[in-house]
Design a protein around this ligand. Structure first.
Ligand code: BDR
Ligand code: CA
Length: 303
């Protein structure tokens, strides 16, 4: 079997950048055919710059980068995250990118690429605004998407942005609701599992021992982002695509709360027969990871 062709929708973001390094370190298994950007951790401009800074670092100027939504569907401006530093890459010294942005809006391009591919896999590790817009613009799009791997949500644990909501879903709850209602098979890598996928001092030492510019950047991100948030949220989503057997999951029917109050962006996950109340499940919720194996996978990809 060849490498899995996938489109990466993200908001780099230090852990999105680490996820890119993980994915690009495994061309045997993953083929990132396009990258679409959404405002999230930082504004859209630094996001599109950071995505290209990382691709250039990896010598992958061939991957087209499309700019996308600058704000959530219903809010006039999104919230950003303090975890990633003002530039979004924890004060990285990577140069300003020289590769151009590709023409077209992310939402339209998701639709075009999915139709060209026939059955596209999407990995999304930012607010889901681009995907939701694509689904609104192109109602037949679900027929052309095989699966979506999402980093977002907190099914059975507290949020990290509000008591009930994880950052990506808190930023754009309406977008998340549209995506979960789409009928596309979804795997949700939420805080339930990413809080286990932590960076350790030993992992940092192993990365520091690798003598490449990519590993040096990874170490910078792991140290500086990791000191604020030790959870490798977005790399965990890529790890799921690389090695699902190191995770444990449950099947659930997931609904996203779109109330404007304190529950905005909350995941309501029904698992038991009683809570499902006749509904079919629409999501694989990832619950557990063998953390040591995850760290090994990451370090080996950098090697
Ligand atoms: C998610 O929010 C962002 O800050 C991270 O990049 C990750 O995608 C974790 O809640
Ligand atoms: Ca992210």
């Amino acid at each position: 079997m060849g490498a899995l062709r996938f489109l990466y929708d993200c908001d780099p973001g230090a852990d999105d950048a680490l996820a890119m390094l993980l994915a690009l370190g495994r061309p045997d298994a993953l083929d990132m055919i396009a990258l679409t950007c959404v405002a999230g951790n930082v504004g859209l401009e630094p996001v599109v710059n950071n995505a290209r800074r990382i691709l250039e670092l990896c010598g992958r100027r061939d991957i087209p980068v499309y700019s996308g939504a600058a704000r959530p569907i219903m809010a006039s401006r999104g919230r950003t995250s303090i975890m990633h530093g003002a530039d979004g890459l924890a004060g990285s010294t990577l140069p300003f990118p020289t590769m151009p942005l590709a023409d077209g809006h992310a939402a339209n391009e998701i639709s075009r690429i999915a139709r060209e591919e026939g059955r596209l896999h999407i990995c999304a590790t930012g607010p889901l605004t681009n995907l939701a817009l694509a689904l609104l613009l192109d109602p037949d799009l679900p027929d052309f998407i095989s699966a979506i791997t999402i980093m977002g949500g907190a099914a059975f644990c507290p949020g990290n942005t509000t008591p009930l909501a994880e950052f990506n879903f808190a930023v754009d709850p309406h977008a998340a609701a549209i995506v979960f209602d789409s009928g596309i098979p979804i795997t949700m890598i939420g805080l339930d599992v990413t809080r286990q996928a932590t960076v350790t001092d030993n992992m940092i030492r192993q990365v520091q021992a690798i003598d490449t510019t990519v590993a040096r950047e990874a170490a910078h991100l792991l140290i500086n982002y990791g000191s604020k948030d030790p959870c490798l949220h977005d790399p965990a989503a890529i790890a799921w695509m690389l090695k699902p057997e190191m995770f444990e999951t449950v099947q659930a029917h997931v609904t996203i709360c779109t109330d404007s109050g304190p529950a905005a962006g909350q995941v309501v996950a029904a698992v038991s027969e009683r809570h499902l109340a006749g509904r079919t499940t629409n999501c694989t919720v990832v619950m557990l990871v063998i953390a040591e194996e995850f760290r090994r996978l990451f370090v080996n990809a950098l090697r």
